[in-house]
Ligand binder design. Structure first.
Ligand SMILES: NC(=O)C1=CN([C@@H]2O[C@H](COP(=O)(O)OP(=O)(O)OC[C@H]3O[C@@H](n4cnc5c(N)ncnc54)[C@H](OP(=O)(O)O)[C@@H]3O)[C@@H](O)[C@H]2O)C=CC1
Ligand SMILES: O=C(O)CCC(=O)C(=O)O
Length: 432
């Protein structure tokens, strides 16, 4: 295990990385609130970076070495919290940026958490389920002293799910003394319902994306009925966001995943598409009720609302002018880079920022953590009501701040999040 202490010695990536984006967003909000220079220094750097290389036996008997990351950005408000992703793009830059986004997200949501994130650099489609289980268990074992229910609590992200979390919880618990095992169930959230998981955590992020869009529409005296939307990514976040928007009368007109893009301006039925994807090895490229479209013209599809719900850095200054949507709701983390955002704002578009838009997931995780900690079992209807209330409060805070200070919603969300952390440091008397 390597603990990387001095980030200044790390080489910069050749292309603009996610970390540069999140730092630019942070610095611009910090300027707005005149953040204390010492607190700016603390928040500009991650607390801990854990990099683990671990061997796993493959189905063919060969051993492969994997590299996993867990970056713990800040814990001024509580334990580190954030997902683990399995994807070829996972590296230290991405893990740092994603961990930092988590700090702002949990702070904005008013949760007693800090921010962390990580994952493994791999393409999961190349491994069998048994191999993925062994990889996950080895990774958890390698991380075990650095995570914990009151210290750092992982959750699902891209290409990880409730099964991944069940393997993690089981492996972590097996590393604890017998009398403490089950009391450590909340070391991860997003578990299956039969293993301490929360009813509704599966849909919490997509539900939150839908809710923030609905709240925005209400502020603008609009209804979502017949509004056309496009979704990039039809995984956990994209699917559930589309499901709830369709229930409200909006129409999915185009969708893109890693295999391709399809469009139907008359509307794509979300349940039919979901069933098709399940039956066709995760791909919708030949879905009969829509036409294939070119990958590069996807964001230019005629629509009212665009929901990027896949990877980061998808909307940049190169393609921002293509967008027809007036509202962009960031289901993904960091889907619009800084230059892309400047271009969109200049064109008069509105962006519901990731740290607000997709915060339903971590709010749901907080409910699961409380459920486990208190030995309770919460029911779906109460979870959905609590999510609605929490997101409504967050949305209103951001909306009012942005109106009062005449700033975009991202800067407002950052200011609120950073001010809460600043207050905690000041109350502790660290800085006069
Ligand atoms: N899960 C959660 O609770 C939360 C997730 N998020 C963020 O939401 C985003 C999506 O996460 P989640 O839904 O959980 O992940 P999933 O793994 O469930 O789904 C990811 C989706 O993105 C698609 N995708 C991958 N690469 C590309 C690409 N190059 N172009 C277009 N689509 C692509 C995948 O397609 P394919 O299936 O073809 O690979 C899949 O449909 C991430 O940015 C994540 O950080 C944010 C908050 C919480
Ligand atoms: O549920 C969680 O703890 C974190 C989810 C996550 O990774 C995110 O919000 O980006």
């Amino acid at each position: 295990m390597t603990l990387v202490a001095d980030q200044k010695k790390q080489k910069k990536p050749a292309v603009r990385g996610m970390m540069e984006n999140v730092m630019e967003q942070f610095n611009s909000a910090a300027d707005q609130i005149n953040l204390h220079p010492n607190i700016r220094k603390i928040l500009s750097i991650t607390n801990n970076e854990i990099v683990v290389n671990f061997p796993v036996k493959m189905d063919n008997g060969e051993v492969e070495i994997f590299r996993g990351y867990r970056v713990q950005h800040n814990n001024a408000l509580g334990p580190y919290k954030g997902g683990l992703r399995y994807h070829p793009t996972v590296d230290i830059d991405a893990a740092r940026a994603l961990a930092m986004w988590m700090t702002w997200k949990t702070s904005l949501a008013g949760l007693p958490y800090g921010g962390g994130k990580g994952g493994i650099q791999l393409d999961p489609s190349k491994y069998s389920k048994d191999e993925l289980e062994r990889i996950t268990r080895r990774f958890t074992f390698a991380l075990a002293d650095n995570i914990g229910p009151e210290h750092d609590i992982p959750a699902p992200d891209i290409n990880t799910n409730s099964q991944t979390m069940a393997w993690m919880a089981d492996t972590y618990m097996s590393t604890r003394p017998p009398a403490e095992r089950t009391a450590n169930q909340h070391v991860v959230t997003g578990k299956p319902e039969g293993s301490g998981g929360l009813e509704g955590r599966d849909r919490a992020t997509g539900y939150g994306v839908y809710l923030t869009i609905k709240f925005w529409a209400e502020k603008n005296e609009m209804t979502l009925k017949n509004k056309r939307f496009i979704v990039q990514g039809f995984g956990n976040v994209g699917y559930w966001a589309a499901h709830f928007l369709e229930n409200e009368g909006a129409k999915l007109v185009a969708v893109q995943d890693a295999y391709g893009s399809i469009e139907n301006q008359d509307g794509i039925n979300v349940a039919s598409l979901f069933n098709y994807v399940q039956a066709h090895k995760g791909s919708f490229v030949d879905f009969p009720d829509a036409d294939p479209i070119d990958k590069d013209s996807f964001f230019g599809t005629d629509c009212d609302i665009c929901i990027p719900a896949a990877l980061g850095n998808q909307i940049t200054k190169e393609n921002a002018s293509q967008l027809k949507a007036t509202l962009i709701a960031e289901g993904a983390n960091g889907p619009i880079n800084v230059e892309g955002e400047k271009a969109l704002l200049k064109l008069g578009k509105t962006i519901i920022p990731d740290i607000l838009c997709n915060s339903g997931g971590v709010i749901g995780s907080y409910f699961e953590w409380l459920q486990n900690r208190n030995g309770e079992l919460w029911q779906l209807d109460e979870v959905m009501v609590k999510l609605d209330k929490k997101l409504n409060e967050s949305f209103n805070k951001v909306w009012e701040y942005s109106q009062r200070r005449s700033m975009d919603m991202r800067t407002a969300a950052y200011c609120i999040a950073i001010e809460r952390i600043e207050k905690a440091y000041v109350q502790r008397g660290i800085f006069p």
